[in-house]
Design a protein around this ligand. Structure first.
Ligand code: NAD
Length: 285
């Protein structure tokens, strides 16, 4: 039976480290500040924003929330980002995605100052991650690496398979595994022989967005299985991409959904905001 990797306790540990460092910064008169911008009334986005605000309070950050109507124009949103870029109280800016139809998300991300881009979505930060010279790592993939390390999983030299190639999860996930010296394969909707490729994986990461997508016959016995997916089952219950009950019997370790990768994403966001505050005050990381 696989060990369950407890994302809640690992995230609590990361947040506690951030809280202690924040206390020290406060002694120097520095309070890390995060601005979270929500446009429209998507309920899942509202939940994510609430959780981010709650985490800010837990670690002692200053936070601002901008809840804008779905009718907000591109210009209004760009003006707000510009204002936050110049606000010294704000070290990190997060614009919750997805934006309502009609708004150009790419333009908004590019307008965020790279030093305040705590999601690490700005092309300049994406490029930095590619060459290994980065300040911030994208929160979800960075959280996955943290979980693997905490579970004692060696990445170097191991076959790592990432299912999904999105800009926010799959691609940066593959890059971070490569930085950790994994041998990485990225699978996607056009991949052939998916099952055979997944069965080669010592570390299997699912970021597809389809419940029960990863079945037991896709998993090598003893593999570490990380489930990034967030889906709802037929009863409306949260579930991941992995057929947890069946795969748990085969894997060496596995993340549950909820309580796995999800809490880590927010913890890493706090870590990035702390780093942003340090960088902007000329302090070492
Ligand atoms: P996305 O829709 O942008 O990407 C899904 C990927 O799955 C695509 O790259 C696609 O090629 C691949 N895919 C689709 N069908 C496939 C198939 N049949 N075979 C192989 N690959 C296939 O989604 P995303 O933004 O990368 O998110 C993926 C999942 O992770 C979603 O459920 C999302 O909610 C979740 N997510 C969780 C967190 C977290 O904090 N836990 C953060 C971000 C995203």
């Amino acid at each position: 039976m696989a060990e369950r990797i407890d994302g809640k306790s690992v995230s609590a540990k990361v947040k506690e480290e951030v809280r202690l460092e924040t206390e020290k910064l406060k002694e120097q008169g520095i309070v890390p500040g995060l601005a979270v911008v929500l446009v429209g009334d998507d309920p899942a986005s509202r939940t994510y924003v609430n959780n981010k605000k709650k985490a800010c309070a837990q670690v002692g950050f200053y936070s601002e929330e901008y809840a804008l109507p779905a009718t907000t124009s591109q210009e209004e949103l760009m003006d707000l980002v510009d204002r936050l870029n110049h606000d010294p109280k704000i070290n990190g800016i997060l614009v919750q995605s997805p934006l309502p139809k009609g708004l150009d998300e790419e333009a908004v991300v590019e307008a965020i100052s790279p030093e305040k881009d705590v999601d690490a979505f700005h092309p300049s930060n994406v490029g930095r991650i590619m060459i290994g010279n980065f300040h911030f790592l994208p929160c979800t993939p960075a959280g996955v690496i943290e979980l693997l390390k905490t579970a004692g999983v060696t990445i170097a030299g191991k076959n790592c398979v990432v299912i999904g190639r999105s800009n926010i999860v799959g691609k940066p996930m593959a890059m971070l595994l490569l930085h950790e010296n994994g041998t990485v394969t990225i699978c996607h909707s056009k991949t052939q022989n998916l099952k055979e490729i997944c069965r080669q994986a010592d570390i299997l990461i699912a970021a597809v967005g389809r419940k029960h997508f990863v079945t037991a016959d896709m998993v090598k016995p003893g593999a570490a299985v990380i489930d990034v997916g967030i889906n709802r089952d037929e009863n409306g219950k949260l579930c991941g991409d992995v057929d947890f009950e069946a795969v748990e019997k085969i894997a060496s370790c596995i993340t549950p959904v909820p309580g796995g990768v999800g809490p880590m994403t927010i913890a890493m966001l706090m870590k990035n905001t702390l780093s942003a505050a340090k960088i902007q005050h000329g302090l070492p990381l």
